[in-house]
Design a protein around this ligand. Structure first.
Ligand code: MLT
Length: 311
């Protein structure tokens, strides 16, 4: 009877609204992607998928919320490359990315762009680098906390320049933009998903993109690798459910993810923000798991060399 009951519960899933945890503040890149996903997945699943922002500690608070949630498919997570960097950065992470979650598929890979406040007195990326070399700790860099994408980008710049900035951490990119536009922070490295609208509105200055080629959406912005050979980074996002979520429910969530990433409006909006959906073959849990495992190993030595850790 118990088995039959379980099977029935799975067959009738979903029967209530689903919470999609976004482990950063509203108004940032994860929020932008997550809200598009939630809307399109709701249409496929015929229940509402409600995006819930749970920011703090570089995303690890929201991630842990989902690690602790009941594994019934009603609480899921969208997270970025931080899933792979946090295990090295946090000595006491309360979850294990590879064993606390089921992987539901890769969502998107997003370039980053180096930004400055409107009044920062430099005309281009080489001048920005020169000023950082001169001013060191007098430069204020915003980031979304240890284990965020922006923190990784800032760490890579500090490592390549052999310098340290003064870092000011926020619960996500969303709250950083008013500080940057208000000239209270000097520089920021963010994903194009959030940055492009501000760049196009000329509210902040774009200095360099982290792609091998310039981006059509922001023509005239050079690549970072022109000035710093090898400075290339793409931020990937994946969808997760708590470990133990029944396989049929995982499969249904994966189907809803694929539905959302094939939606013409989603494709158009994400592409315009520099962040088109991953190829269909990567919208897959096994590919996602292998990618996460490889990314943990890839970033570990880089972050250990940079030497900034949390307890
Ligand atoms: C956000 O959504 O606020 C960002 O993804 C933060 C980050 O990881 O830099």
């Amino acid at each position: 009877a118990l088995l039959a009951g379980t099977a029935h519960a799975q067959a009738s899933w979903p029967s209530q609204s689903i919470t999609l945890v976004i482990p950063f503040a509203p108004g940032g890149p994860t929020d932008a992607v997550g809200r598009m996903l939630a809307e399109a997945m709701s249409r496929d699943l015929s229940v509402s998928v409600v995006a819930q922002n749970v920011g703090g500690a570089g995303g690890t608070i929201g991630v842990n919320r989902v690690a602790q949630a009941r594994p019934d498919g009603n609480t899921i997570l969208l997270h970025n490359i931080g899933m792979a960097t946090a295990p090295t950065l946090y000595r006491r992470l309360p979850y294990n990315p590879l064993t606390s979650f089921e992987m539901l598929g890769l969502v998107t890979a997003t370039p980053m762009v180096w930004l400055t406040r409107p009044d920062f007195p430099v005309a281009d990326f080489p001048a920005m680098l020169a000023r950082i070399r001169e001013s060191g700790e007098r430069i204020n860099l915003g980031n979304a906390g240890l284990g965020s994408a922006s923190q990784l980008c800032g760490t890579l710049l500090q490592a390549s320049l052999g310098t340290r900035f003064t870092t000011v951490s926020f619960a996500g990119s969303g709250p950083i933009y008013p500080e940057l536009m208000g000239n209270r922070l000097d520089i920021y490295c963010d994903q194009t998903t959030s940055a492009i609208p501000f760049i196009q509105a000329r509210q902040i200055k774009a200095m360099a993109v982290t792609t091998p080629q310039p981006l059509p959406a922001i023509p005239g912005v050079p690549t970072a690798s022109q000035s710093l050979p090898g400075f290339e980074i793409a931020i990937w996002h994946g969808l997760y459910a708590p470990a133990g979520t029944p396989k049929p429910v995982q499969d249904r969530l994966n189907a809803a993810l694929r539905f959302a990433l094939a939606d013409a409006r989603v494709v158009e909006r994400m592409t315009g923000l520099g962040s088109p959906p991953e190829p269909v073959a990567r919208q897959n849990g096994e590919v996602h798991r292998a990618h996460l495992a490889a990314e943990i190993e890839r970033w570990r030595p880089v972050l250990q060399a940079a030497g900034q850790f949390a307890d």
